[in-house]
Design a protein around this ligand. Structure first.
Ligand code: BES
Ligand code: MN
Ligand code: ZN
Length: 493
């Protein structure tokens, strides 16, 4: 899909005209009305168009625009507007499928506090994000869209200014696509080794990629991560992706991701119904990999290292048992009382490795860690756990900027007390109550007190069963834009 900005109106394809309530004579409406020799005004009147949020009127081939379909898109009073990016997604969806060219007339519009080139750029970003498609496994079935969308034109007078922002947006969209593709791939195709192979693609962008195999991890004493993977015939991996765009010697930000390529629960096996969802249990690792793509793609002036723990959690004659005791790389021992609480075991060793190898100034981990966070926050927010108020505020702000929202959750000594074990340093479950907080308390035990750290539980956010403004149903790529914004706001020089 090619995007361009132009100050003149294309004469073909679908032309979207977003209209605010009370903006029936906006510059965009005037422009299209003149071209269509008054057909737009007549159509608005005939359909009693009031520009209420979501209201749509279509005019096919009006006089003067014979080869075009004009769609008026109501925006309401604009007060509920939170995101200009979402408008781009809405516009793309309003155009429908099977269209080869779409134009959006944003000329003269102020929406969500944005106008001109700024607004045009955000609309383009939203359209690119919504335009995601994963269609590689339909071989004999007809493709979902018979006609591929070839081009998009955004009509704005400052076309040059808008074009300038497009390169950066493209890197971010590329990162989101990487994450969505990884999450969507079925687990027979995407398993620890094949996931690690895909990470090597980042070398093309100048990222230093290191892959640890089972031998290397055994030598490092990663008993927690390896215990989870030992039931699978697919050997585990740990991947480090290092982008050095910042000052020499400046400590990096570490992004850590849970990469359970399939979570059956292990011997504490999950029920059959819904188990298929657990292909997205590597959503944290996908977000980290996608974020590294975005950050390297736009040559961010920051030192950032992404680290992901890749395992498959399977039951087998060699799987770990409930009641096993394992020793982590940090030296702390863990009584594994439920093999389905595996994500925290994987992250424990990746967190230890991250600190020992890269001495980061700050760490953010992302994980589809607990079902309990979905009970708390539904699919509206990622759960954020941190002991550092300032770092927490930075992350919240990045969430608000991108629409990848976070909600801060409690992490206290009481939660830590709930994971005391009778025979080891800790147990891997705390009981049903406060399940997301006890999981966070477990992770906290593997992070040095001097290191800024936040844990994001994204179990409710990695996948959507409904189309969203900037994301068709399926994998969301949640976290990529959030992490990219965090780097831009708080870590770039
Ligand atoms: N991957 C799951 C968490 C999950 C559940 C993510 C549903 C997305 C949707 C995780 O490994 C898990 O199984 N957690 C258990 C923990 C429990 C055994 C303490 C859970 O949430 O039930
Ligand atoms: Mn599990
Ligand atoms: Zn899991």
């Amino acid at each position: 899909m090619k995007i361009n900005f132009s100050s003149s109106l294309p004469q073909h394809g679908t032309i979207i005209v977003p209209v605010l309530q009370g903006g029936l004579s906006s510059p965009a409406v005037k422009l299209v009305d003149e071209q269509s020799k008054g057909a737009l005004a007549r159509g608005m009147k005939a359909a009693n168009f009031k520009a209420k949020a979501g209201e749509k009127v279509m005019l096919a081939g009006p006089d003067g625009l014979d080869d075009a379909v004009v769609v008026l898109l109501g925006l309401g009073d604009g007060k509920g507007a939170v995101d200009a990016v979402a408008l781009g997604g809405k516009a793309l969806a309003a155009a429908g499928k099977g269209i080869s060219h779409i134009s959006v007339v944003s000329e003269g519009l102020t929406y969500a506090g944005k106008s001109g080139a700024d607004l045009a750029g955000k609309i383009a970003l939203g359209m690119m994000l919504r335009q995601y498609d994963f269609d590689i496994y339909r071989k004999k079935t007809a493709p979902k869209d018979a006609v591929a969308l070839e081009g998009v034109t955004i009509v704005a007078s400052d076309a040059e200014g808008a074009t300038a922002s497009l390169d950066e947006a493209k890197s971010i969209v590329a990162g989101v696509k990487v994450a969505r593709d990884l999450v969507t791939e079925p687990p027979n195709v995407l398993y620890p080794e094949s996931f690690a192979d895909r990470c090597l693609e980042l070398e093309k962008l100048g990222v230093e990629v290191t892959v640890l195999d089972v031998d290397a991890m055994t030598k490092l004493g990663m008993g927690c991560l390896l215990g989870v993977g030992q039931g699978s015939v697919k050997p585990s991996r740990l991947v480090a992706m290092h982008w050095k765009g910042g000052k020499d010697g400046e400590k990096p930000l570490a992004l850590v991701g849970k990469g359970v390529t399939f979570d059956t629960g292990g011997i504490s096996i999950k029920p059959a119904g819904g188990m298929e969802d657990m292909k997205f249990d590597m959503g944290g690792a996908a977000a980290v990999t996608g974020a590294m793509h975005a950050i390297a793609g736009r040559k961010a002036k920051a030192n950032v290292v992404g680290l992901i723990g890749l395992v498959e959690n399977m039951p087998s004659g060699n799987a770990q048992r409930p009641s096993d005791v394992v020793t982590s790389m940090s030296g702390q021992t863990v009584e594994v009382l439920n093999t389905d609480a595996e994500g925290r075991l994987v992250l424990a060793d990746v967190l230890a490795y991250a600190q020992k190898t890269f001495e980061p100034s700050a760490i953010v981990d992302l994980a589809t860690l607990t079902g309990a966070i979905i009970i708390s926050l539904a699919h509206e927010f990622g759960g954020m756990f941190t002991k550092d108020d300032d770092f927490g505020a930075d992350l919240m702000a990045a969430g608000e900027e991108t629409g990848e929202l976070l909600w801060r959750m409690p992490l206290t000594k009481a939660h830590d007390d709930m994971i005391k074990s009778d025979i080891a340093d800790m147990k891997n479950i705390g009981g049903r109550e406060g399940g997301s907080s006890t999981a966070a308390a477990f992770l906290a035990r593997f992070v040095d007190d001097n290191v800024k750290w936040a844990h994001l539980d994204i179990a409710g956010m990695a996948w959507t069963t409904k189309d969203q403004d900037v994301c068709p149903k399926g994998a969301t790529g949640y976290g990529v834009r959030l992490l990219d914004a965090l780097v831009r706001r708080s870590f770039e020089r």
